[in-house]
Design a protein around this ligand. Structure first.
Ligand SMILES: C[S@@+](CC[C@H](N)C(=O)[O-])C[C@H]1O[C@@H](n2cnc3c(N)ncnc32)[C@H](O)[C@@H]1O
Length: 211
């Protein structure tokens, strides 16, 4: 048993090192085929949407933007929490990711959801007016954007004063950064640190935009 556990840990460690070295050299968005894993039961076990929602501070009636929504692992749960008086904008740079989300939204169990808008776009140029969004959240996305400051400043532009930016990171992600790195990047972009929630492997750093 110990041998099996050590072998699995060893393989995971080598995989992390190899892929991190590779990604240091080559920047590209997570390939769309991993969308199936991202929106799978295993992922939901490891990173439950209700926990993410609670940590991010998502509440009924909010206008919420997910930057880099991928195949939509969290979008439907968020849409149910913000409810009819709220709205969810699900933005991603890859059409193939948004196609997976579109298919998910056509499933019978999601027919009650009418408050999600899918947007093909970039974190660098959000198609929203200044001060128009209550909360922006990103899950395993920020480190994937080569110009993090540009992405965060753009999030800051569209957020209302006092609005929330919630950045969640998750260790199996080969771009996973330490909490201190995420805090530093957010503060450099002019956000005020509000709360750090979760554990080493799976955490959310919540910032607020200055009033
Ligand atoms: C690792 S996936 C995470 C997807 C989703 N947030 C989740 O946790 O299931 C990262 C996503 O960010 C998107 N992405 C990367 N760079 C982006 C950018 N500059 N603007 C918008 N989306 C981006 C990718 O296309 C991909 O869908």
């Amino acid at each position: 048993m110990t041998t099996i556990v050590l072998t699995i840990l060893g393989v995971l460690l080598v995989w992390q090192v190899v892929i991190r070295l590779f990604r240091k050299r080559y920047h590209f968005p997570a390939p769309a085929f991993i969308g199936r894993f991202l929106d799978s039961d295993i992922r939901r076990e490891m990173q439950p949407p209700d926990k993410l929602i609670e940590r991010s501070g998502i509440k009924q009636g909010m206008r919420v933007l997910e930057v880099g929504c991928g195949s939509g692992a969290f979008v439907t749960s968020v849409a149910r929490v913000v409810g009819k008086t709220g709205k969810v904008y699900a933005l991603d740079i890859q059409p193939a990711m948004l196609r997976q989300l579109k298919v998910k939204l056509t499933k019978p169990e999601n027919q009650d959801i009418k408050n999600i808008k899918l947007i093909l776009g970039s974190a660098y140029k959000l198609p929203f007016e200044d001060n128009s969004i209550d909360l922006v959240y990103m899950v395993t996305v920020l480190q994937e954007t080569p110009d993090k400051q540009k992405a965060l400043k753009e999030a800051g532009r569209v957020l209302k004063p006092g609005g929330v930016l919630a950045v969640t990171e998750f260790l199996p992600d080969p771009d996973y950064p330490l909490k201190s790195t995420t805090i530093k990047i957010g503060e450099e972009a002019g956000f005020i640190l509000d709360k750090v929630l979760g554990n080493f492997w799976n955490y959310t750093v919540r910032f607020v935009k200055q009033l």
